[in-house]
Every structure is written in C-alpha cells, then in structure tokens.
Design a protein around this ligand. Sequence first.
Ligand code: FE2
Length: 480
Amino acid sequence: MPATSVFPHGSHSVLLHAANTDPSLQELIADLKKGADLARAIRGVLAVAEKPLPESATDSNIIRAIMSLMWNFEINGKTSRKLNAALVNRRKAQHAYRSAHRDFLASEKITRYWRNSADEVLYANVTTYSLPKLKKPYPPRGIWACESQEINDLWEDHIRFGPQPDKRHKRYPPMVVDERNLSLIIPHDESCIVLDPKTNEIVLIVIRNFVATRSVLEWMSEVISVACDTRKCIRMEDTGSIVQIGFSAGARSQPNFHWVRNLLKKFPKDDIEKYTKDQCAVFAFFWNLLVHQLPSEIISDFYDFMNKNLLPVMNPDWVDFTKKKGSYALPVGDQIHTFHDVELAPPQAVMAHNYSRAMHTESQPHKYSCSLTAKRNGSATDGGHFYIGAYGIKVCASANSMIAWQPQHLHGTSLPNFSPSDPNPWYIHQGISFVSSPRIAGVWKAYMNKIPAGQVISDAAAKEAAEELWGEHSKLDERF
Ligand SMILES: [Fe+2]
C-alpha cells in the first residue's frame, strides 16, 4: 500500500489542521514510542470528520502515511511552529534509535562480519579439546547424576517411591558422580569446542556470556517464567517444568500439524498473543545469535533439516508458510527494538525451569541441539550441570551459557540442590533449547498434501507433546 493511500479523499486538510492545532496530537507525533496511540488518534480525527480509514489500514500503514504527509507539509511551509518542533523531536528520536539499534547488533555480533567468519573466529578464540568416545559411558545411562551425597539424599525417596505421573517409565536411581571417572570438566567460565579425534566431528561447543546485553537476558528469563507458568509440562516425571513452543505434529495416534495447544487454562486473547510473540522473539533472537556465531557444520545441519523438508519457521502468523524471514521485537534498554526481514527460528523448541533429566539419548531429525541457560542462581555444588556420558564430559552450569551437542550421545542434567517437596525452591535454573520431533517433517508433508488429518483434542496436548518430542525416541535404559 503506497504511503499516503490509506487516507480517504479530502482528509489531508483535516489531518493538517488537527496536527497544527492539537497539542496532544503533536506530543504523539514527537514520541517514537507511542506509535499505537498515534494511529488511534489519527483514526479518531478522521472518524469525527466522517472520513473513516479503510479497515485494512494497519497501525504501521497509518504511521508511515501520517509522517509522510506531515513532512510533505513541512517542506511546503504549511506546518505550525509547534508541529515543526514535534517533527524535529521525532527525527532526533529516530536517529538515536537507529544508532542504538546498530550498537545492539554489533554488541550481539549479529553482523555480516561475524556470520562470514564464525568458524574462524570461534576456533581462534576458544580452547579446542580432542576427546575419544568412551567404550563405557560415564555417567552411565538411566541414572540421575548428583554432585553430592546430600543432593542424592534429598531426591532419593522421591525418585524411588514418589508418585509416578507416567507409569510407562521405569524409575531411575540417583547416583553420586565420581569426577575421577570423567575425561573432561569444563569450568563454569570456560568456552570451548570438543572434537572427536576419530571422526573429527564436533561433539560439543560451549560459549559463555553468549548474550551480550544483560537486560535482554533478564527479559528472556521472564519470558521463560511466563511460558512455564502458563503451558503444560511435557515431562512430568522429571524435575521442574519443560514446555513446548512453536508447531506441533500432534499425537502419534492422531497426527495433525498445528501451533502448539498446551495452555494450562483460558487466558485473555491479548495475553496469549503477547506471550506467543515474546516466546517466538526469544527463539528468533537466539537463532540469530547462533547463525552468527556457530560453525557452519552445526548451522547447516539445521538448514538441511528445514530446507529438505520445506518446513515453516517459528512464526505466530503461521498461516503464511512461504516466508522464511519475518520480524521480531525485543526490549533493549527502555525501547522496543524491532528486527525486520530477518531469519526466524526453526519450528519447534522448548523452554524449561529447574529442569533436569536422567542420563538418556534422543533421536532428533537434526544431528545437533543448541541450548541457552538464561538464568542460574546456584553455586558449583548446587547441581544442574550438564553431562555428556558418551565422552565423560561435565559442563559446569552458569547463566548465559550456550551449549551445542549431539542428542544422540548419552547426556543428562544433574539433580538440583533443593528438596522435591519444596513448592518454592530458592534455586532457579532456566533455559531454552531447539528440540524437534522426528515426526514433524512427515506430518507437515501430509498437511501440505491435504491428507485428512486426525482430530486433535487440545486437553491432551501435554501428552501429545511429550510423545511427539521424545516419546519412544528418548532412551534411558537401553544399552548404549
Ligand atoms: Fe535430552
């Protein structure tokens, strides 16, 4: 839609008169942060003048059009002194925003330079370890790793005798990890790459201080809290909560492609839209950090998965399947920064709060998984550390750490240092991860080919998601 075409015939003089004389409208014109209020005020002015806007006009259409019109009047000397001052203030705010936006992109390394040299820069700046796969994995499959006898004792009764939400799963015993049996312990502040000497494949990448802007990391943590409070957990037998975000492939018995339906109760529509937008923005931002900092070996793995299967990206406006790019917005300082025409995240992911899992493996449709710990308030002895048993590696937990690993390798997270009976533990460990269903590509293909899909019952969404993401693909108790 051309910039000024949203305004009906004969409305320009009405808008000029209002902007020249109405101080509240001038205030809105000067304030870059009040776009929605400005659009509402313009709609009001035109409604009073009985020249209503077409229903198709969006807020951004209206703002673009009114500013284009105002600047046109300014050039032609038709604006009042006060309106001129408002337009000058708006331009100053725009310059400041653009400058802050460029600084943010540079500090987060979301620039062409970082993307083009990600492999080179990463290998040059972090320690590279070469570590052979263990013949006998440690920690072994099917145990809950603990860093101390105290944590073991806190959880043992609960694990052995507590209620079982899903009786199909066996009970897995806790075990205190003997660090002498590990091959590598990665301290909480070390970034590194681990390679397999036989295959030369990347086994693990750890990057500390992954998000440069502290306030954005804190905001991500708030978004995770809301997600874990409002969506159904897909792993009731594990500690804490883990919830699915993005698209779902439905239950195995009733495959159906749809946006995840896992809300705990009915929420106001505006709240749901905001939660969904924020959750997708967290993953879009994380994905953009990954594609600009991780080696091509890992990013290509995700691209291959998405391109081979023509999968849609994680976009709340999910009816438009053709767009691989889109927009997302983050609060940076006291402003909302919007990122236009950028890559959006892969279609499925999880957010987790205080989540730990016994040592296990997973089959996923891509070789690598990437996670980010957004928040952790414990010390080294408080658990929540990540183990790759296949190589005898312990990654000490710390906030703002990115971990890329192969979920087919035996892995798990140690039990946290709080009592399972404590409803409000002092310990907080939150993170996000890209986790995809092995069935998503097939269900998507069926959806695209208009093959009749089963009816999905939203109340069963948590069970669906659990089966979909891990179900039979997650193995705790088989021989490695
Ligand atoms: Fe896992």
